[in-house]
Write a protein that binds this ligand. Structure first.
Ligand SMILES: [Zn+2]
Length: 211
């Protein structure tokens, strides 16, 4: 699954995984778990860099993904990897060496101005970690977590300067990656501006028609 920050990629990945009864492997979640389990590990240090909108060595990311994928002898929804053509090349070599393949690359397309608006209205729960996508006018009204009722806050990487930086990094890295998957015929580009249900249906229909 590919899509810029704020495209709904995480939500849709989880729904697709549930619908097709396969594991949802989010590299973001893997890194956050590593950060909590062993803050001194290489993976955790990499996670800290990523959390601040930066990038880590591709081979580090590939090692983490390979270690996790090896545990699953089935189809998976891979969310957040590869992010660069170099990562994609490393991944392709690894997949080939273990006799596996990418079936489809789903890209959620959302224009930048809408992403900036969505990310600017995103708040995270201090207690349960729930990410609330609010309306812009509600974002700073002290609205509580819809799941547990605790306070919401604005994560560092959901602040305006970080948002612009994240989108610019994402775009510069993934443009060549999209071109690559268009060329191989693996890319399914989905209009991410529809309602979450509309996007979900669109992805399901596309995947089902293609496999
Ligand atoms: Zn909460």
């Amino acid at each position: 699954m590919m899509g810029p920050p704020g495209s709904g990629k995480g939500t849709q990945s989880a729904r697709i995984a549930e619908h097709f009864r396969v594991p949802h492997l989010s590299t973001g979640a893997l890194f956050r778990a590593a950060l909590e389990n062993d803050p001194e590990s290489d993976v955790a240090k990499a996670a800290a860099v990523i959390t601040n909108g930066g990038l880590v060595d591709d081979s580090v990311v590939m090692d983490v993904v390979a270690a996790v994928l090896t545990e699953y002898d089935c189809n998976v929804v891979l969310d957040g990897f590869p992010r660069t053509t170099h990562q994609a090349d490393l991944f392709e070599h690894w997949l080939f060496s273990v006799g596996r393949q990418i079936d489809k690359v789903v890209f959620l397309h959302v224009p930048n101005d809408e992403l900036v608006e969505r990310l600017g209205a995103r708040r995270t729960c201090k207690a349960c970690g729930y990410i609330a996508s609010l309306r812009l006018e509600d974002a700073d009204t002290g609205i509580p977590c819809p799941r547990c009722g605790e306070d919401l806050y604005r994560r560092e990487d959901d602040r305006p300067t970080a948002i612009s930086r994240r989108l610019a990094i994402y775009e510069s890295l993934t443009a060549p990656l999209l071109a690559k998957y268009i060329a191989t015929g693996q890319l399914l580009s989905i209009d991410g501006t529809q309602s979450p249900d509309g996007v979900f249906k669109n992805i399901c229909d596309s995947i089902t028609n293609q496999i």
